[in-house]
Design a protein around this ligand. Sequence first.
Ligand SMILES: [Zn+2]
Ligand SMILES: [Zn+2]
Length: 300
Amino acid sequence: MEIPNIPNLIYYAIPFFIATVIIEGIVLYKKQPKSYNLKDTFASLVMGIGNVLVNLLSKLLIVFIFTFIYQNYRISTIPFVWWSWLLILFADDFCYYWAHRMGHESRFFWASHIVHHSSQKYNLSTALRQTWTGGFFTFVFYLILPFLGFHPLMIFTQMSISLLYQYWIHTELIDKMPRWFEAILNTPSHHRVHHGSNPLYLDRNHAGIFIIWDKLFGTFQPELKEEKVIYGLTSNINTFNPIKIAFNEWISVFKDAFSTKTSFTNKLKYFIKPPGWKHDGSGLMSNDLRKKWLAENVKE
Ligand SMILES: [Zn+2]
Ligand SMILES: [Zn+2]
């Protein structure tokens, strides 16, 4: 099989990221100087740079594992032709949806993904606010791809395309896209909901490129005019320190598991169960918060 020479697209996009973050920053600052926070933008940029550096290492591990599965266990051989790119566009996006959903619904994965949600602002720089730890394990949700017969290079390329797609949706400057577009694809409006800490918006719209997965698996929530998005976490960590942003939730989950006097199974559950779970049943998870909010706010 002929394997094309495809570079890492993310590296090529970096100058474009920086230029557009600056342009958007100027626009936002001119609109509302008080609400633009340069420290927040810098923190996001540092998280992004750290992510690229850590990925140099984690990628070695993933290349090794994907190649191992592809060479020894693949059930077919998918060539580098146009329809394979169409196939992997959907296959990768499906894996992304579940990886991202688990990033919200299981505290171990949340400890890494929380980084992306730690800003109380929402602009293009927020897209670059990325985990320093997830690279070492989030790939487990993609193992099906080399097994099905997608070449590791094709998988990496599509993962980069997905990341690039999701960059432009991190903005408040675009209200709604045309109706057909909003119906099929992930958009700034859908993803603003995803970054909301409002009970109604918690753990909704996990999509990467296509919003169809959320509609299919029951996690879709449109952005409502009457419910303005409050960005960030249900309890914000209020720091611009990159080390704290990267590791705060890891410390907190280990603390919860090991400083609590409870059974080994319960300790384990602190890592598996959704954020907010407590072994004594007193914890509120996002589903509880949403139900409570709906009961209080939606009149029959
Ligand atoms: Zn998320
Ligand atoms: Zn996002």
